[in-house]
Design a protein around this ligand. Structure first.
Ligand SMILES: Cc1cc2nc3c(=O)[nH]c(=O)nc-3n(C[C@H](O)[C@H](O)[C@H](O)COP(=O)(O)O)c2cc1C
Length: 455
């Protein structure tokens, strides 16, 4: 369930176990639950996993050296110790248990735990004989005496090739223990300035790591009969370029593709649709009803505005004339925007950043009105009648409009560059959304504490 750790800062300590790679997925689960996570690696852990994935996923620099100061001169492990709502050490080695049991603060993980009054969750992982050694048993018992939550390892095959008890507990169960450990406690520090610093401007190659994007591309086709359809000139190149760029920047991408030219991007989860009705069903499944919802939805598909009222079951044969009755299709962008934005009260879902595309001919005046009417965050407007712009070309000249009323007119660019400029805006909007979520959670927590005090 998303949102269980909304606004919380969790310190994730990783020590030198073969299971250290699993901590990347644990980080992902914690962030999916709404937590802001800062990662600490023991020097041994850095031999098993590099800091890059952790840094990209957490958006914080990774702490690896207890003696290094933060760029602003603050002491990293003290900042984490004082601002984290909980510290979770997973996997925790036998060495970590022994050091902690004896109050030894030789690395950033142990030093942070020792310096903190936050709840500590420890998930050991080790060889079976190590886990049952009397020293380890005594160390784990000592940690429980401190009030630490020790999540016992499970049984199964171990790195040594043997079977036994020592496997890192299942990751969702570790998240559950973290959630229970912070339940009922006020958020300790919501001021981003007092929390660990965010990574300085992340490069485009990594600024969507950990984000989920749904994109639509191509033109829908509305059947007249089994062999004919009403279509449009969309090549799908713009939507495919957005999907490809998002993948290159680390996002996981679902591409809902109507009729598109060329190969879809490798690595995207591809959902093929033909009609507007199929596109609507895919959006309902992958966006409106998805839990958690995606972080961003970029609707670049050219959706039919009309569909035949009654498509013929059999091929219509040549005749003198043919009159088709067309009915309007549902406005999919408006439907998605109306459902997810604003989110249902109390649903604890972070609404996706919504991006619409508006292809117009003869000026872009209607686009601003469309943005307001549909309630999207960003609208990419292009005049498809202009040379080098619009259908089938590899270039585009667009104006990006935002909710604040600003318009950014881009020069004639390749569709890939347009996609990247657009995703720059999406990445910034997501970062701003996260920061706002922290402040909001802090306010809720303060209000709840106030109510408790006055009871
Ligand atoms: C391949 C390999 C796997 C290891 N796996 C574990 C493990 O799962 N659990 C453990 O307690 N120690 C394990 N160790 C030993 C630790 O890495 C070692 O005790 C180290 O000093 C732990 O340091 P740290 O607790 O500061 O990270 C492993 C060592 C190697 C070489």
């Amino acid at each position: 369930m998303s949102g269980r750790l909304k606004g919380r800062l969790i310190g994730l300590g990783v020590t030198g176990s073969i299971a250290a790679y699993k901590a990347v997925e644990l980080l992902r689960l914690l962030t999916a639950a709404g937590a802001d996570v800062v990662v600490m690696l023991s020097p041994s852990a850095t031999r098993f996993v590099g800091p890059l994935s952790f840094a990209a996923l957490s958006r914080h620099p990774v702490e690896t050296e207890v003696l290094d100061l933060l760029p602003d001169g603050r002491i990293g492990h003290i900042v984490i110790a004082d601002s984290a709502d909980a510290i979770v050490v997973a996997p925790a080695t036998a060495h970590f248990l022994g050091a902690m049991a004896n109050g030894l603060a030789g690395d950033v993980v142990t030093a942070t735990c020792l310096a903190s009054s936050a709840p500590v969750v420890v998930a050991p992982a080790m060889d079976g004989d190590m886990w049952t050694h009397p020293a380890t048993v005594a160390n784990a018992a000592r940690l429980r005496e401190f009030g630490y939550h020790v999540v016992p390892p499970g049984a199964g095959p171990l790195a040594s090739g043997q079977s036994g008890t020592g496997r890192l507990a299942e990751l969702p169960s570790i998240v559950d223990v973290v959630v229970a450990a912070v339940a009922g406690r006020a958020i300790r520090q919501a001021d981003p300035a007092a929390r660990p610093p965010l990574a300085a401007d992340r490069p485009r190659e990594a600024d969507l790591v950990g984000r989920r994007m749904v994109g639509t591309a191509g033109g829908t086709r509305e059947p007249i009969d089994p062999v004919r359809f009403i279509g449009n000139r969309s090549s799908g190149k713009m939507g495919v370029a957005v999907a490809r760029a998002a993948l290159d920047r680390g996002a996981s991408v679902t591409l809902i593709a109507a009729a598109v030219e060329g190969a879809p991007p490798e690595g995207a989860h591809l959902v093929r649709v033909e009609t507007t009705a199929e596109l609507q069903a895919a959006l309902r499944r992958d966006v409106i009803d998805a839990d958690p919802p995606p972080d961003a939805l970029v609707m670049a598909a050219a959706v039919a505005d009309f569909t035949p009222l009654q498509p013929a079951d059999e091929k219509i044969h040549r005749g003198v004339s043919l009159t088709l009755e067309l009915v309007p299709t549902p406005d999919l962008l408006a439907e998605v925007a109306g459902t997810v934005n604003p989110p249902v009260a109390g649903a604890d879902r972070r609404p996706p950043v919504l991006v619409g595309f508006a292809a117009e001919t003869g000026g872009l005046e209607r686009a601003a009105e469309k943005l307001r009417a549909k309630g999207v965050d960003l609208l990419v407007a292009n005049d498809v009648a202009e040379a080098g712009s619009g259908f089938g070309t590899d270039t585009n000249r667009v104006v990006i409009l935002d909710r604040a009323g600003a318009q950014e007119a881009l020069p004639l660019l390749t569709k890939r560059e347009v996609a990247d400029r657009l995703l720059d805006r999406v990445a910034r909007a997501l970062d701003a959304r996260d920061a706002a979520g922290q402040t909001e959670a802090m306010q809720e927590s303060t209000k709840a504490r106030g109510a408790e005090v006055h009871r």
